[in-house]
Design a protein around this ligand. Sequence first.
Ligand code: ADP
Ligand code: ASP
Ligand code: MG
Length: 481
Amino acid sequence: MARLTMKFGGTSVGSSEAIAQVVEIVREHQSDGHELALIVSAMSGVTDMLLDSATAAAAADEDACRAINDALRAKHAAAVDSLISAERARVAILAEVDGLLAAHIELCEAVRILGEVTPRITDALVSFGERLSSRVIAAAMQDAGLPAKQFDSQRLIVTDNQFQNADPLWQATEERINNGLRPDLAAGLMPVITGFIGATPDGTITTLGRGGSDFSAAIIAACLEADELIIWTDVDGVMTADPRLDQRARVLPYVSYQEIGELAFYGAKVLHPKTVQPIISRGIPLRVRNTFNPGHSGTLIGERTQASATVIKAVTGIRDVSMLTVSGRGMLGVPGIAGRTFLATAKAGASILMISQSSSEQSFCFTVIDPLAQSVKAAVETELQQEIQHQDIDSVDVLSDIVIITVVGSGMRGTPGVAGRVFSLLGERRINVLAIAQGSSECSISFIVAEDDLETAVAELHSLALETVENDRVNGVGSPY
Ligand code: ADP
Ligand code: ASP
Ligand code: MG
């Protein structure tokens, strides 16, 4: 018997058919004797609808809020009607759904009166997605005879107050999970917990960022000391590229924590970038599997690196970024300019995705997301005002319509010539590389190209990854476990 934490994503719980499939998967794992804790996302599309309701409410568009509220009811009621056969249970769960939707419309009304929506209220508004789905799913499981019990994670995951991107406060969270979840697990119940949501110590709802249910599941797996975390999604596993970008993408049987960290940070949506954080130190294995193809063993993610000739395993890209370049002859040998630039960037609320410096020290560049580029430029110019006045620094330039492409694979470490191969390939395709950075872990190389070059660059580099995966298959290189 193992203790498993399983998370089901938006598509996996997106319709009554999909939820029925989830119930089957859960039943199978339970009948194998495993102890299960389940984390669920909102039904697919629901988080976006709730965000739209926030925007509509702030614009005083009552009709739009009402229409969204009605559509949410129809979506959840359809699932309840088809999944729950017992009349009493059906009436009870519909009453809960209606209660939450009444609270949603009330909150929209409050936003309308205020005339603006803050990150804090946005979090309260989007939390309804998981609060609705978890209730419907738990009820469907009970109807199928499983000992499911719904839990709201705002009572389990304690976070800081960075609304829309909160981080857990570990000690408090561990205590809540020990006291609030373990006794029910020990009593043989199967918790069905909302993903995505936490709350500050005083109980104000927060969220962990878009796609954050993966992170929720990892936090809970870590606190419960699970034997394995399984992320059930809508693809067979972690692939050599985003299958929507290149149809040739193939499933990787094994990826290390470090590799998935780089892939997720640089845009592979399959896992939230923080997912591995809570489980690395405890060595909890992570598996990514497909709800719609449960016969496939998926991708295993663990600590070891693969003993293969594998060099480039996967390629990924991030759109909607801008590159800022700080340059000037007077920068040479002047300490602290980069430090002050990055501090000003952080104060402007932007995270830096990639940094690169020219060897002459006469310029360096870094990338931030598009919507923040102009405010970061202004913040850096203010910080470096004196140097600009003295003409030590010429300018802070912003270049948009660019993308970051990242190739990942721990085999790069100690394999000379990988970067050379990557860049000569791009050169042959006449793709201009604007900046390059290698991660300190040496398991990824990122570079910037024009947005128009994204597809060609990904396709070319993806061919390298596919070659590698094929070599591993032929040579029988599998998981290091
Ligand atoms: P969920 O709702 O289950 O959390 P997401 O939509 O967040 O699912 O993530 C799964 C999606 O991630 C896939 O449908 C796929 O299109 C996308 N994706 C991007 N890059 C990759 C990759 N390297 N491997 C697998 N899927 C990827
Ligand atoms: N429902 C949230 C989102 O769509 C969280 C998640 O699904 O992981 O971002
Ligand atoms: Mg996701």
